[in-house]
Ligand binder design. Structure first.
Ligand code: PLP
Length: 391
């Protein structure tokens, strides 16, 4: 597509455009806070104070102590910091239990540091981690887990996960809990997440800049750093902080939290969910064999994960919709291709063939209802044209 402005963007779970408030905050900070927050002079102190102000604001939004927050380069680094900390701080034979549907940055970091000292918590066909399985296995396990890991909302399906229930189980048993809240933060109220021991988030998923995020982690007790070479962030993450990035991230999150009116359920997300449901009903009514993944579960208001009619591979759908002016995403490559099908869908019990026909549509706060309607028309148009293409 030569002109990106002609593309209607339905891939907000991958990344979202910069919100004007974040852009302004970034520009202001770049001009006003030129110092290094660690420098001893007043120019440095002003940058440090700006960072402290942002830390206070994010702490208020999450419900934690400002000192519990570490700025990172994004959720991948945050997950690596949390899992590296577990590996370094827990006993050598410590075991981690984590859900089978985590983002690769969590799954692969866990595999890297824990090798075979991992247990995958299964998910149901509806895309929710199986809390009953967890409860039963915690009761009967010969060795209880030394840490538990569960995401807040799944990036592929949008299905919300029972993090509050897992937090309660962890509290009862004094098990440290890490929650990757990357897709939740900025789409649903963040309140309560701050009670979890370790929580990750990423600015570019909610209108902040790319390359900045956070890890909420205990300020008491030493968090074992992944990056060495400086005293920043209470020695939890070395390197000069990205002051404009952090200020822009917090500005974007404040906009989202205001839209969410601080409670759940909230009108803003109700309206968005209804528009999304209309799109799903159109697909189901018009395309034989379409299945909405996680349809029976509570889901993010912006995400549709759909198994498409199997006449075409998802990457070809993506190309055809791109030509029609719509940016969408596929969770996996063709089942017949070289890449593995989505580990999330296979963990939910879908066959490799079914997992290989999934498309993900994810809207943003600023997506108007007309765009969902136009997307539905485009999908039906591509479907109608498909038999001719295959001749
Ligand atoms: N966790 C989840 C659930 C995600 O969806 C993503 C990005 O897609 C990440 C982590 C990684 O985030 P980042 O791009 O900030 O490293």
């Amino acid at each position: 597509m030569s002109n990106p402005r002609q593309v209607t963007y339905f891939d907000h779970n991958a990344t979202s455009p910069l919100h004007p408030a974040a852009r302004q905050a970034w520009l202001d900070a770049t001009e006003r806070f030129i110092g290094n927050p660690s420098s001893p002079h007043r120019v440095g102190a002003r940058a440090d104070a700006a960072l402290a102000g942002a830390r206070e604001k994010l702490a208020r939004i999450l419900g934690c102590d400002a000192l519990d927050l570490v700025w990172t380069s994004g959720a991948t680094e945050s997950a690596n910091l949390a899992l590296h900390h577990f590996a370094a701080a827990l006993p050598p034979r410590a075991e981690v239990w984590l859900s089978a549907i985590e983002h690769p940055c969590v799954l692969e970091a866990a595999r890297h540091w824990f090798k075979n000292r991992l247990l995958l918590i299964p998910a149901t066909r509806d895309g929710v981690v199986d809390l009953g399985w967890l409860d039963r296995n915690l009761a009967k396990a010969a060795k209880r887990p030394d840490a538990l890991v569960l995401m807040a909302a799944n990036n592929e399906t949008g299905v919300l996960q029972p993090w509050r229930g897992v937090l309660a189980l962890c509290r009862e048993r004094e098990i440290p809990f890490f929650c990757d809240a990357t897709q939740w933060v900025g789409k649903l109220p963040a309140t309560g997440l701050g009670e979890i021991d370790f929580v990750s988030g990423s600015a570019h998923k909610f209108g902040g800049p790319k390359g900045v995020g956070f890890l909420k982690c205990p300020s008491k007790g030493r968090v074992r750093p992944l990056i060495h070479g400086g005293p920043q962030e209470e020695r939890r993450r070395a390197g000069t902080e990205n002051v404009p990035g952090v200020l822009a991230m917090v500005a974007a999150l404040e906009v989202r939290e205001t839209a969410l009116c601080g409670s759940e359920p909230c009108d803003a997300t109700g309206v968005q969910s209804e528009v999304r449901s209309r799109f799903e009903r159109t697909l189901i009514a018009s395309l034989p064999g379409v299945e909405i993944v996680g349809a029976k579960s509570a889901r993010l208001w912006n995400t549709v994960s759909a198994l498409m009619p199997d006449h075409d591979c998802p990457s070809r759908w993506v190309v055809k919709l791109d030509k029609a002016g719509f940016a969408v995403s596929t969770g996996s490559a063709c089942a017949s291709g070289k890449e593995e099908p989505s580990h999330v869908l296979t963990a939910m019990g879908f066959s490799a063939a079914d997992a290989g026909r999934v498309l993900r549509f994810s809207s943003g706060w600023e997506t108007p209802p007309e765009d969902w309607a136009a997307l539905a028309d485009a999908v039906l148009g591509v479907h109608r044209a498909a038999p001719r293409d295959r001749r």
